[in-house]
Design a protein around this ligand. Structure first.
Ligand SMILES: [Zn+2]
Length: 406
């Protein structure tokens, strides 16, 4: 059994350390909390602490000490794909895609669902809940079912049909909410205080966010502990970005890698509150947003995590960029055609942002750039190609094949 080196929950604002209980904010200042580990042990043991496969290979740097709470559907261990053809097209020396669409429910959320639902077990909850644009809902539902817990899933009314089907299939209770994520999340977050369910939302729960940190550990291990120069991560409220950045920082502090990558925050143009604030050098102004094809990025008010992303960007001299819906859809088709990777619009948004930043000469083309592709394309809703079938005899079939391959 791999032990957990988690030591405490530390406030990101005042630095106060709190015990490893179910606590969502600092008792002193109401700041957000993050998990801290025994870095001295990490330093002395090195990566030999890691054992087994998948997400729980990194159990020593995750917060669940009891193996009985390590819920799994086989998440993590996703491929880091070297993409030389697309790299040439975009004009960058080396492009790596961390394709998280191969996770059990097709999304990066499975990493945080594993630790969220694991924490729900650890703290004795019988039900979980989340407000979702689609991916988080089916992921939390699936992991809750796997752990024998009830789930109450609040789903975006414009979630794609495949995402709705998946949520309906895996949850014990599916509720469709009116409006966008921002319209429900504040009310739901207030209800969390009553402890009727375990908080599987992205706003505050440090245990949940922690699962996504394994993205950084996998990327570092898959590059033989060198780590790319740049990592581009999607930002809705910022969970993936914050967790990935912190994973790299932890490994640097423990001496597992010598430098942390430069982090780039990627948003959809139609939900770009963090990017705007970064460009303007100002605080975040919440946006009233409508629809974007990148459903998973449809948050106009990233809340306190948005401030945290901004702080990390400014401290780490990072970058932020956005892409129009049309650019995202174009990149979805291009990625499938050029590299065979079929990702959803939410999943390719970060890549569309990278293309834009390279075109605008905001990034060094001689670097190794890694982009997190956060979801599969198999849950995309759209018109299928024509279903008009053609009948063949041998001659007509041969003619067609010769013509097409000419
Ligand atoms: Zn505090």
């Amino acid at each position: 059994m791999t032990e957990s080196l988690a030591e405490n929950l530390t406030c990101i604002d005042c630095g106060a350390a709190h015990p490893l209980t179910y606590q969502l904010e600092c008792r002193a200042c109401r700041g957000l909390l993050e998990l801290r580990y025994d870095v001295a042990r990490m330093r002395s043991a090195g990566p030999s602490l890691l054992a087994g496969a998948g997400l729980w290979r990194y159990a020593s740097v995750l917060p669940l000490a009891d193996p009985a709470h390590r819920v799994t559907l086989g998440e993590g261990g996703t491929p880091l794909l070297d993409c030389p053809r697309l790299a040439r097209e975009l004009g960058v020396r080396r492009l790596l895609l961390k394709f998280d669409g191969t996770n059990p429910t097709g999304t990066v959320k499975d990493r945080s669902s594993a630790t969220a639902v694991g924490a729900a077990l650890r703290f004795g909850y019988r039900a979980t809940s989340v407000v979702s644009s689609g991916n988080a809902g089916s992921s939390i539902a699936a992991y809750s079912s796997r752990a024998g817990l009830r789930s109450l899933i609040f789903a975006y009314e414009r979630a794609s049909a495949p995402k709705l089907l998946h949520m309906a299939a895996t949850t014990t209770d599916l509720i469709i909410y009116k409006g966008v994520y921002d319209d429900l999340i504040k009310t739901w977050d207030r209800l969390v205080e009553e402890h009727l369910f375990f908080d599987c939302g992205a706003t505050r729960n440090a245990y949940k966010q922690e699962g996504k940190k394994t993205l950084a550990y996998e990327i570092a291990e898959q590059t033989a502990w060198t780590a790319p120069d740049v990592v581009v991560a999607p930002v809705a409220v910022g969970e993936t970005f914050i967790a990935t950045a912190r994973g790299f920082r932890e490994m640097r502090e423990a001496g597992w890698i010598t430098r942390a990558p430069l982090m780039v925050a990627a948003q959809a143009r139609r939900a770009n509150a963090v990017v705007r604030a970064f460009r303007e050098g100002s605080a975040i102004t919440p946006l009233k947003i409508g629809y974007t094809v990148a459903e998973g990025l449809a948050a106009g008010d990233p809340g306190r995590k948005g401030d945290w992303v901004l702080r990390l960007l400014r401290e780490g001299k990072g970058l932020a960029g956005d892409a129009e819906d049309e650019e995202i859809l174009e990149m979805q088709r291009r990625l499938a055609r050029v590299e065979g990777v079929w990702a959803g619009p939410t999943g390719v948004a970060a890549l569309a942002v990278l293309a834009r930043l390279l075109a605008d000469k905001q990034l060094d083309r001689e670097q190794t750039i890694c982009v997190i592709i956060s979801e599969t394309g198999l849950k995309t809703e759209g018109e299928p190609p024509s279903r008009t079938g053609v009948g063949f005899d041998f001659d007509s079939l041969r003619r067609l094949v010769v013509e097409r391959l000419a």
